[in-house]
Design a protein around this ligand. Structure first.
Ligand SMILES: NC(=O)c1ccc[n+]([C@@H]2O[C@H](COP(=O)([O-])OP(=O)(O)OC[C@H]3O[C@@H](n4cnc5c(N)ncnc54)[C@H](OP(=O)(O)O)[C@@H]3O)[C@@H](O)[C@H]2O)c1
Length: 234
């Protein structure tokens, strides 16, 4: 059995990836503040607020003590608060960076010894918002740009250990984070901006995540794969 940590596994994209891994027979540690919210059958739940360094470190330690090894780390915890730079509240900026990039850094750093031993894999959740400047979401867009280069930097650092580090850059997917915006503007608004004329569903990240996690992806590292119905291509 192969062993994975999935952060943000209580909801949305992280939950969907964790559910796929469980269905394929993986041992999964699901990390979030309220991991039970995901209703994941068979996952090992670890509650942690990734804004808190001690909790992030303890969450990875809990996996190590229980499972003893780690083959795959999926960093999917994330938050997003809208707003342009003018008047943007500092606290929101700090929380966004605290979860989206500092929390990712902490969990990744703590996972290194286990990933070195297994020549393991990391899949980070970036966003197509991190590939360009999107108006009106200053903290989120900037944090996702940071995830893009964090992915490349860790790939550079840890490649010699045989660890691959890649990121998924989703377009619009229904989730707790996007529910308000999708409802306010309508799904069609976002679907019509995509060449495939649709937004994502809970099956659409499966193939890409599996590619990065499986042996078929062993020569791919430092890459950012948009899964967005073609939005970023046009
Ligand atoms: N949905 C999209 O369209 C889309 C597009 C591009 C990228 N993404 C990225 O995909 C990832 C998942 O997003 P989602 O759309 O699935 O959102 P979501 O449903 O709101 O899920 C966010 C997850 O992050 C966890 N989280 C939030 N704050 C946390 C904290 N302080 N400590 C630990 N965990 C925390 C939440 O768990 P708790 O609340 O239980 O802590 C939840 O499991 C994010 O990185 C997001 O930026 C999403």
């Amino acid at each position: 059995m192969t062993s994975a940590i999935v952060t943000g596994a209580s909801s949305g994209i992280g939950r969907a990836i964790a559910a796929d891994l469980l269905a394929s027979g993986w041992d999964v540690t699901a990390i979030a503040r309220d991991p039970a919210r995901g209703g994941l059958d068979g996952a090992h739940l670890v509650s942690a607020n990734l804004l808190d360094e001690d909790e992030a470190v303890a969450a990875v330690a809990a996996h190590r003590e229980r499972a003893g090894s780690l083959d795959l780390l999926v960093n999917a915890s994330g938050v997003g608060f809208g707003g342009p730079v003018d008047g943007y509240p500092t606290k929101r900026f700090d929380i966004t960076f605290g979860v989206n990039i500092r929390g990712m850094f902490l969990v990744t750093r703590e996972s290194l010894p286990m990933l070195k031993a297994s020549r393991g894999r990391i899949v980070n959740l970036a966003s197509i918002a991190g590939l360009r400047g999107s108006a009106g979401v200053i903290a989120y867009t900037t944090s996702k740009g940071a995830v893009v280069n964090f992915t490349r930097a860790v790939a550079a650092d840890w490649g010699p250990h045989g660890i691959t580090v890649n990121a998924l850059a989703p377009g619009w997917f229904p989730s707790k984070m996007t529910a308000g915006t999708l409802e306010a503007k309508g799904v069609d608004h976002f679907a019509n901006a995509a060449p495939l004329r649709r937004i994502g569903d809970d099956q659409d990240l499966k193939g890409a995540a599996l590619l990065f996690a499986s042996d078929a992806g062993k020569h791919i590292t430092g890459q950012i794969l948009a899964v967005d119905g073609g939005v970023s291509a046009v």
